[in-house]
Design a protein around this ligand. Structure first.
Ligand code: TRH
Length: 368
């Protein structure tokens, strides 16, 4: 099949993060698929993929062509399937050409664990010109579109984790000082922090600094510039560069505790099988808290982790610090670790998003 994926970067890295991942997963499934990836913000894409150049059109892999989606971009013949990420509205001239070509139109929606998603996933969206458009919802159950996970990901993670030398090599490559690596080689633990500016970060710093364990905290460059290693404590705060999506995974696998955000990194942290704290993307009227509660209700994490994530997302410094201290130093730590690994394994037994989407498109393609 020939696919078009349209991506409009609203802010941050999640829009392009999801689309780039989906393009790679689809083309990895079949060498016969070809994807044209339309992206309006090439600079943002470059942050997570250095191979991207400031060009109108470029070939990113033998099966993925990147088109810089500008207002005056030259139109191309639409593919068999056109995926519009997060209701980003392909150009009207392109939609007219889709009608002429009878392309299948998929609106890839935002991720949510709310129960209504099962009822809406796969529903048609009536269009003029007899265009066939469908809502496609990612999700955590087999009655949704599933989660982005490439074939063999957990096996790849396990192989990587079985070779500790890779972890030390990665940390050295990221510029982590030798003293921090030595601490991790004995009893120290590693945390990774990727969140929004509103996160109660000092709750984390205080909890790690007061912990019985020596912690090293990695923070991507540009985030929380005010945060330093606190004096007279064992906590070491280390700034690391922005990395590619593949290296991002290995950082999550390497860490003992991951703080993630948005839509894409939370799923990668989930596949890491390590305790995670999710800062969900904020929405109007606290709709994000409803989404967060639904996700927590579907998770097997200990109750204290549920409370911590609610406190982390609502900026409750004191309770977030107390919750973290309880979780990282008490018996709850073991329970959190076990449930995190169990949930990753359980969700990985379900078909992944690219496979589901491919099957959905093939089925609806035949019935056109
Ligand atoms: O950047 P985000 O906050 O993106 C958000 C969310 O997707 C949100 O739901 C959406 O509405 C909004 O964008 C527009 O967080 P997210 O989704 O985790 O995306 C981050 C991406 O960046 C993810 O693909 C991982 C990647 N990344 C790297 O590849 N390297 C890095 O070093 C880092 C820190 C991130």
């Amino acid at each position: 099949m020939r696919f078009d994926i349209f991506c409009r970067v609203i802010d941050n890295f999640g829009d392009i993060g999801v689309c780039w991942r989906l393009a790679r997963h689809l083309t990895a499934r079949s060498p016969q698929h070809h994807i044209t990836l339309w992206v309006d913000d090439i600079g943002r894409f470059q942050s997570i993929e250095p191979a991207v150049k400031h060009q109108a059109v470029q070939s990113l892999t033998p099966s993925i062509t990147l088109v810089h989606w500008t207002p005056d971009v030259s139109m191309r013949e639409p593919g068999d399937v056109v995926i519009e990420a997060f209701s980003c509205d392909p150009p009207p001239a392109f939609v007219r050409a889709m009608a002429a070509r009878n392309s299948l139109w998929i609106n890839l929606e935002y991720l949510s664990a709310e129960s209504w998603v099962e009822g809406c996933h796969g529903l048609p969206s009536l269009q003029p010109d007899s265009l066939r458009k469908f809502f496609y919802f990612p999700g955590f159950t087999t009655r949704t579109g599933g989660l982005l996970r490439e074939d063999g990901l957990l096996q790849k993670r396990n192989r990587w984790l079985q070779q500790p030398a890779k972890r030390w090599e990665l940390l050295r490559h990221l510029g982590v000082p030798g003293s921090a690596i030595e601490s991790l080689q004995t009893t120290g633990r590693l945390a990774f922090l990727f969140g929004y500016p509103s996160a109660p970060v000092h709750a984390l710093i205080n909890a790690l600094a007061e912990s019985q364990t020596h912690w090293v905290l990695l923070i991507p460059e540009g985030l929380y510039p005010e945060v330093q290693s606190p004096a007279d404590t064992a906590l070491q705060v280390v700034r690391i560069p922005f990395v590619t999506q593949d290296d991002f995974d290995t950082i999550l696998w390497s860490s003992d505790l991951n703080f993630v955000r948005g839509e894409d990194s939370v799923i990668r942290a989930l596949w890491a099988g390590k305790p995670l704290v999710w800062q969900i993307y904020e929405q109007e009227e606290r709709a994000h808290i409803i989404k967060l509660r639904a996700w927590l209700a579907s998770s097997p994490y200990p109750k204290a982790a549920h409370t911590l994530m609610l406190d982390w997302n609502t900026g409750q410094y004191g309770p977030a610090q107390a919750g973290l201290s309880h979780l990282i130093d008490g018996p709850a730590w073991e329970e959190w670790k076990i449930t995190a690994m169990e949930w990753a394994n359980q969700l990985a037994n379900q078909p992944a998003l690219a496979a589901n989407l491919e099957a959905f498109c093939a089925e609806n393609w035949q019935t056109r």
